[in-house]
Design a protein around this ligand. Structure first.
Ligand code: NAD
Ligand code: MG
Length: 336
C-alpha cells in the first residue's frame, strides 16, 4: 500500500523557519497563503502589476509584493498561477530570485513533467498537490481538518526536499487528512486523465447524453434535468462515503438491477477504448502540446466551446430550476 503520512510525521518548524512566497492568488493561492499564515509561517503573496487579486489578498491581511520581489525574498516559492502561464512567470520573475538552497514548489506537475520549467541544479523542486479545490483547502483548515494531498520530489539538492515538502503540507492542513507519496509523472498523468475521462469530461458528457436522450424522446426537460443532473450529487455523496457498494445498498433494488444490466451497455468497451486513447495522448505529451498551442493562439477553441456549452438547453433549464431551489445554494458562472 502507498505510504501515507500525517501531522505526527511532519516537522512543522521546518516551514515556520522559512520565508515562503505564494505566486498567484486564485483558487489554490488564497487557500495556501491564508492557511500558511495561520500556521505561523512567514508568507508573502507575489502578484503581477495591476492584479485584481491584490486588494483581496491585502484585505485578508497578507503582504503583497511583485512576483520578482516575492521570489527573491523567499526561501520557498510555491507557484500557484495558471499552468499555462507558469513558464513565462518563472523565466521572467522567479528564476532571477532563486539561489542555491531555495525550494521551488508546485501544486500540479504539468510544467516540470512536460519539461517546460527547468530549475537550477542547486534548488529543490517538490510538489504538494491538494486533492480538492482551493475553497475546500481553506474551509477544511478553518474547521480544523484538511484536504488530502499528494507529495512528490523532482529534485533534491538539499537532501531535505521531502521533509520540507511534508512540513508545507502540514502547514496548509493536508497532513491532518493524509499526505500520499507520488512522483511528478504519476501525479501529472493521473490528474489529467481523471479530469478528462471521468470527473469533468466523462461526467459532463454522460449527463448531457442522458438529458438529450429523454428530451428527444418527448419527455419534459425539467424532469430530465432532475433525473440526469440534479440527482447526480445524491448518488456521488453515497459513493464518496461508502464506495459503489454503499451507493448500491442505499438505492432501490430496481435501481440496483438497472445499474448492473444497463451500466455496462452505456459505458462499455468503446468507452474503455476511448479512455485508453485519452491516456495515450497524455502519456506521449500530445495533449499538453496541443493545449499549449491553443493557449498561445489566444484559445479560439476554448472560447467557442464555452459559448456553445453555455447555450445548451440543459443549462437554460437548469438555471431556471435552480433559481427556484434556494437550498442548492444556486450560483451563476461569470461570463468571460
Ligand atoms: P486560478 O486560475 O484559480 O488562479 C491563478 C492565479 O494566478 C490568479 O488568480 C492570479 O492571481 C494569478 N495569475 C494569473 N496570471 C498571472 C501572471 N501572469 N503572473 C502572476 N500571477 C498570475 O488557478 P488555480 O486553479 O488555483 O491553479 C493553480 C495551480 O494549482 C495550478 O498548477 C493547478 O493545476 C493547481 N491545482 C489546482 C486545483 C484546483 O482545484 N483549482 C487543485 C489542485 C491543484
Ligand atoms: Mg529566493
Amino acid at each position: 500500500m502507498a505510504r501515507i503520512r500525517y501531522d505526527k510525521d511532519a516537522d512543522l518548524e521546518r516551514i515556520q523557519k522559512k520565508k515562503v512566497a505564494i505566486i498567484g492568488y486564485g483558487s489554490q493561492g488564497h487557500a495556501h497563503a491564508l492557511n500558511l499564515k495561520e500556521s505561523g509561517v512567514d508568507v508573502r503573496v507575489g502578484l503581477r502589476d495591476g492584479s485584481a487579486s491584490k486588494a483581496k489578498a491585502e484585505a485578508a491581511g497578507l503582504r503583497v509584493t511583485s512576483v520578482r520581489d516575492a521570489a527573491a525574498e523567499a526561501d520557498v516559492v510555491m507557484v500557484l498561477a495558471p499552468d499555462t502561464a507558469q513558464r513565462a512567470i518563472f523565466e521572467e520573475h522567479i528564476r532571477p530570485g532563486l539561489k542555491d538552497g531555495d525550494t521551488l514548489m508546485f501544486a500540479h506537475g504539468f510544467n516540470i513533467h512536460y519539461g517546460r520549467i527547468e530549475a537550477p541544479a542547486g534548488v529543490d523542486v517538490s510538489m504538494v498537490a491538494p486533492k480538492g479545490p482551493g475553497h475546500r483547502v481553506r474551509e477544511t483548515y478553518q474547521e480544523g481538518g484538511g484536504v488530502p494531498a499528494l507529495l512528490a520530489v523532482h529534485q533534491d539538492a538539499s537532501g531535505e526536499a521531502d521533509a520540507n515538502a511534508l512540513a508545507y503540507a502540514a502547514a496548509i492542513g493536508s497532513a491532518r487528512a493524509g499526505v500520499l507519496d507520488t512522483t511528478f509523472p504519476e501525479e501529472t498523468k493521473t490528474d489529467l486523465f481523471g479530469e478528462q475521462a471521468v470527473l469533468c469530461g466523462g461526467v459532463s458528457e454522460l449527463v448531457k447524453a442522458g438529458f438529450e436522450t429523454l428530451v428527444e424522446a418527448g419527455y419534459q426537460p425539467e424532469v430530465a434535468y432532475f433525473e440526469c443532473l440534479h440527482e447526480l450529487k445524491l448518488i456521488v455523496d453515497l459513493m464518496y462515503r461508502g464506495g459503489l457498494s454503499y451507493m448500491r445498498y442505499s438505492i432501490s433494488d430496481t435501481a440496483e438491477r438497472g445499474d448492473y444490466v444497463s451500466g455496462p451497455k452505456v459505458v462499455g468497451d468503446a468507452s474503455k477504448a476511448a479512455m485508453k486513447e485519452v491516456l495515450a495522448k497524455i502519456e506521449d505529451g500530445s495533449f499538453a502540446k496541443e493545449w499549449i498551442a491553443e493557449d498561445e493562439a489566444g484559445r479560439p477553441e476554448m472560447k467557442a466551446a464555452r459559448q456553445r456549452e453555455r447555450n445548451l438547453q440543459i443549462e437554460k433549464v437548469g438555471e431556471q430550476l435552480r433559481s427556484m431551489m434556494p437550498f442548492v445554494d444556486p450560483i451563476v458562472a461569470p461570463e468571460e
